[in-house]
Design a protein around this ligand. Structure first.
Ligand code: GRF
Length: 186
């Protein structure tokens, strides 16, 4: 049984898809910990509902990224984490976490990388007039949204409503993340 960590900052629909897949045996894995940098985020309540241990921290209470990442590494080590799944974790992963876990960290991003990196990928793509959108799952390295691509799925959309693109994209995300994790933990 593989041990997963999911990192999230917000709503946590991807967290929930992963936790549900584990609970239902679709994934032969367990979410050992959910790491969140936003006290009060909706994902925390979701984790509690699934009985998943949480590590919630406020970055402002630390001297910097190195200090809170050292704490995160301790938690991951103690849970013997095999794979870290970033799911709407709105922070750039730093050296301390990468030194300990590079090659075991994946991220899901709402664009067809390498196009539209960053936190406003969907809004940027809509503003650009994109007609084919997509979701990318990639390894995490020191470059923002820059690691090697593991999986991608495209979908057409001709309108100009970012909320609709998010909605269409998330339906794909929840399936594609599970399929990809399944392949990686085999
Ligand atoms: C997803 O759209 C993902 O692509 C991006 O952040 C969003 C997280 O959504 N990295 P949720 O919190 O899982 O609902």
């Amino acid at each position: 049984m593989k041990q997963l960590a999911v990192f999230a900052s917000g709503t946590g629909t991807n967290f929930e898809a992963i936790a549900k897949a584990c609970a239902e045996g679709v994934l032969e894995a367990r979410v050992a910990v959910m790491v969140c940098d936003k006290p009060g985020a909706a994902v925390i309540e979701k984790a509690q509902r699934y009985g998943v241990k949480t590590f919630v921290f406020n970055p402002k209470e630390y001297s910097g990224k190195a200090e809170y990442e050292a704490e995160i590494v301790k938690v991951l080590d103690s849970e013997k984490i095999d794979l870290v799944c970033l799911a709407g974790y709105m922070r750039i992963v730093g050296d301390v976490l990468l030194d300990a876990y590079e090659g075991k960290i994946i991220n899901i991003h709402p664009s067809l990388l390498p196009s539209f990196k960053g936190a406003h990928a969907v809004e940027d793509a809509v503003a650009y007039g994109v007609k084919v959108y997509g979701i990318t799952i990639h390894w995490v390295n020191s470059e923002l949204d820059g690691g090697k691509i593991i999986a991608q799925e495209a979908f057409p959309y001709e309108g100009d409503d970012p909320a609709e693109v998010h909605r269409l994209g998330q339906k794909i995300e929840h399936r594609l993340y599970i399929e990809t994790i399944k392949k990686l933990i085999k």
